[in-house]
Design a protein around this ligand. Sequence first.
Ligand code: SF4
Length: 366
Amino acid sequence: PGIHEEPAVLAPRKKTRKIKVGDVYVGGDAPISVQSMTTTKTHDIGATLQQIAELTASGCDIVRVACPTDKDADALKIIAQQSTIPVVADIHFQPRYVFAAIEAGMGVRVNPGNIKRFDDQIPEIAAAANAHGTAMRIGVNAGSLDPRLLKKYGKATPEAMVESAVMEARLFEDAGFYDFAISVKHHDPVVMVRAYQLLSEEGDWPLHLGVTEAGPAFQGTIKSAVAFGALLSQGIGDTIRVSLSAPPVEEIKVGEQILRSLGLRPKQLEIVSCPSCGRAQVDVYDLAERVTEGLKDVTFPLRVAVMGCVVNGPGEAREADLGVASGNGKGQIFVKGKVVDTVPESEIVATLVARARAVAEEMGLE
Ligand code: SF4
């Protein structure tokens, strides 16, 4: 284990149709992409582009913007032109904004349950999307389920959401349009996981995973990690969006970490720190935080062990590229499980940073 290790995955990816959102492929053998959504007023073009730039820098692959008013629809073209990652317009209620987004060169997310007489307009939307090479997402949402399905099932059950999504998907396909992904989001991870499982049995559409309204950062992170983990470990899911009541950059960090944890994205810095216990001779929480901060610019796969004492240090650090075990105000520094240095506690972080660079150089990674 350690540097150059090939990530092991839990299940082969389910084969889905590959579509292209701007220059990013989704589905098929394309890497699982991470998405977020801006929180700015879309018509405030400067602020929206600024947030898109921040998201891009944090690793966001595809970004979505809301389009609730004419002013927002008018801003789509410039935003699409200026963004360096694909932009998707999120359309509810107003079908004419679907056409505005298509013409602006954006991807489009439609919520069939929120657009009146949507089905009647599908042939026209399909033709426009085909003419512009637009990718779409059929985004069924528990909170805005098609009234017909709500009547039939009484509430947004997994079956109801899947029936709605499949119905719309078939209408698009009958109209000759195939470049779409589907999502069936629910706030309850159990319902959401079941819905995606059912949906993935129904067809080969690329699936966009999301737990909607997942909550504040702590709860939302856990809900999303559990739900996405359950699905991705079965090979289900082609693109993900973590929804948090927190800045969108946080959503990207969480999304990337979920994929890394499952071996679905190359690992970067991984801190393997002990939970601390009565044997600890250092404040492990503080040390782990300082080591993480000191190595935060590391862009190559590096596993760093931070151990509170020397009892288990060498053993526990053996599987890491680098490690430290503390004792008596000192830190024993390990490289590949071997003690290479012993330094005062105040020099632990600086020594690890220097060693990390040396390891990277040795491996030809920097
Ligand atoms: Fe406890 Fe030492 Fe293990 Fe940390 S490394 S949990 S301090 S025994």
